[in-house]
Write a protein that binds this ligand. Sequence first.
Ligand code: NAD
Length: 447
Amino acid sequence: MDLLERQKDFFYSGVTRPYQYRKRALTLLKGTIKNNESKIMKALQRDLNKSDFEAFTTEIGLVYTEIDFVLKHLKKWMKPKRVKTPMTHVGSVSRIYPDPFGVALIISPWNYPFQLAMTPLVGAIAGGNTAVIKPSELTPTVSKLIKEIIDQTFIEDYIAVELGGVETSQKLLDQAFDYIFFTGSVPVGKIVMEKASQNLTPITLELGGKSPVIVHDDASLKLAAKRIAWGKFTNAGQTCVAPDYLFVQENVKEQFLTYLKEAIIHLYGERPLDNPDYGKIVSDKHFQRLVGYLNNGEVCYGGTVDEEKHKIEPTILTDVDRHQAIMHEEIFGPILPVLTYSHLDEAIDYIRRQPKPLSFYLFSETAHIQNTVLEQISFGGGCINDTLYHLGSPHLPFGGIGESGIGSYRGKFSFETFTHQKSVLKQSSRLDLPFRYPNKKNRMKWA
Ligand code: NAD
């Protein structure tokens, strides 16, 4: 029997449904991750040159936070919710049951290879599902370790990992899973949606795109520069919600750029390529693509590369031609194009003409500027006066809009994503009101 059928059987046996089972599974998962913490750090270092600090704060720690949060609230979330019943339904009781979908397929990318496979899994388990994870082939050490961790913790009929690349992914997508949770690029997201449509499988698409930043002249410029540099150059810019390009108000451009350069030096030193904790680009293909962007504008800072180590300095580009590739493709690397505006409307208008971004960041101290921008720009999620931080809160749903994705997850939103809201009306057999049935008295005039 193949994996999907075995998981379906396991799901229909009912064992994954009780609260105690889900709680135990999440507790066991956290325990195995803890036991393998140093191995995970080594694997992340090997595949992406992530420092232990970055590995913990952006990958392992986030998974712990998610598990702890879910364990704290799961019992309450699982309770069927009683809702009102109209007068016409007198005698009956209405409830909404959060019902597991069944077998979930989780496909994850390479940039946060551990966290982006595990966090959706926490939601799938919390929802009472079984799951198959297909991690990325571009981070083989981490993906292999994910399989080891899952195999150490669960039987395959419950949670399984399928290693492989595009072909494996497509074979899985051809099967009738009960839910598909995909994190990755926009083009592959479209393929996933098309495949899901064959079986009308519900999906979540966590995609990418170009996340803009606006720095208005009333911003706390020095702090803005530090938080932007951190958000952009963490994991060498290979973050789905990293600031992609930046609009700064013309009159503060020079001051802001000075602070931005200082912030880069403060975070990564004068020679980031020699900094052992500065990330590398995942593959030669991505490295070459990024190097190609360096001549899409004027290199204002950085620009040096190390082909052997696949490293690119934190780079600021100015005088960027808006028709060049760097302004049309997701950069996904440590190159930040800086554009300017005189009036806020110019920046808003430009952003609104692009596909709706996954994230957006505004730096401004004025409430009416903040409100104007929030009202006028549509985006998945983001921050005012910070970058990336919204991602670290299990209280906020994380997801895109338009081309940047469909659906959201984290915390309670993950539980809702991985459960179907099953509506049930429980009728009384003692009372049977006659007016609902056709009879001579209530027959419509034209009948
Ligand atoms: P990708 O779309 O190339 O790959 C993601 C997964 O899909 C991998 O497991 C891969 O094996 C599989 N895949 C690749 N091509 C496929 C195909 N033709 N058919 C079926 N499956 C296929 O993405 P990536 O390069 O691994 O990750 C980078 C992208 O992911 C960026 O666009 C980034 O913005 C996005 N991303 C989004 C989020 C989010 O939460 N929204 C998080 C991280 C990354």
